[in-house]
Design a protein around this ligand. Structure first.
Ligand code: NAD
Length: 260
């Protein structure tokens, strides 16, 4: 029998990058997968891939920063498939990249709302559908959540990512009574679409952005960015019974990037 046979998994930001790779990985391992993203066309394509491999998926267009969207998405999943066993709270944006002086309060809010409030809402509205039988929640933070990193200009992003780590630990403590585990993953640079997806104000950014340096050997283990499928392997481990005594931890997946 497959590791996650018969389980329901909900994944946010499932239309691209890490979320997409995790959706395919969990489906391959027997889960029914609910795909949440802003962009319906991307998740429809992921759904097709999952259907082609003989597994089940459903598509839910929702903005994780909107309470109504998130609440309704979980209700739809539960009404179709019952108990939710796995939640991967992964949707995120780089958001504003600028010196602090130049960050508008609205841009600050946008970043925090998607990354931090979106995580809070994805956990909050999952709980009623998880507490009876327990399960596993995985939150995507970043090495930026714990380290003031060399890519200057990302104070809003880093604050949101640090908030996710603290929130995830508090959630692990609170939800242990229901047999719900909560872990936080902290990727280094991963080869996804995040830059193209979120650096919206390219012209403005060219003027204000402090150049981000990525020297060769930034990730000495593999000499380059990690792959979304490598992160998906970690998500599978944390979703499965293989990690049944692990909760409230943050796990780095960065090819030692955070150590140099
Ligand atoms: P990506 O841009 O390839 O995918 C993110 C997906 O999230 C997109 O499909 C996007 O439409 C969706 N999304 C964005 N805002 C949303 C919202 N409000 N509601 C619903 N969906 C939304 O990026 P990725 O690199 O796969 O990022 C996934 C997570 O990994 C993010 O939380 C990101 O901060 C984190 N992360 C990425 C890296 C990296 O180098 N790529 C490193 C560390 C952490």
């Amino acid at each position: 029998e497959k590791t996650l046979q018969g389980q329901t998994a909900v994944i946010t930001g499932a239309g691209s990058g890490i979320g997409r790779a995790a959706a395919l990985k969990l489906a391959e391992n027997g889960a029914r997968v609910a795909l949440i993203d802003l962009k319906e066309e991307n998740i429809a394509e992921v759904k097709q891939q999952i259907t082609d491999m003989g597994s089940e998926a459903m598509v839910l267009e929702a903005d994780v920063s909107k309470p109504k969207d998130v609440k309704e998405a979980f209700e739809q999943v539960a009404s179709k498939w019952g108990h939710v066993g796995v939640v991967f709270a992964n949707a995120g944006i780089n958001g504003v990249v600028a010196p602090i002086e130049d960050i508008s309060p609205d841009d600050w809010d946008d970043t925090l709302e998607t990354n931090l409030k979106g995580t809070f809402l994805s956990v909050k509205y999952a709980i009623p559908h998880m507490k009876e039988n327990g399960g596993s929640i995985i939150i995507t933070s970043s090495i930026n959540g714990n380290r003031v990193f060399k890519n200057w200009g990302m104070s809003a992003y880093s604050s949101s990512k640090a908030g996710q780590v603290a929130f995830g630990k508090m959630a692990a403590l609170e939800l242990a009574q229901y047999g719900i585990r909560v872990n936080i993953i902290c990727p280094g640079a991963i080869d996804t679409n995040i830059d193209q997806n979120t650096f919206k104000k390219e012209e403005q950014l060219k003027e204000i952005m402090i150049p981000i340096e990525y020297p060769e050997g930034n990730q000495p283990l593999e000499q380059g960015a990690g792959k979304a499928r490598q992160v998906a392997d970690l998500v599978l481990f944390l979703a499965s019974g293989q990690s049944s005594h692990i909760s409230g931890t943050e796990i780095y997946i960065d090819g030692v990037e955070s150590l140099i």
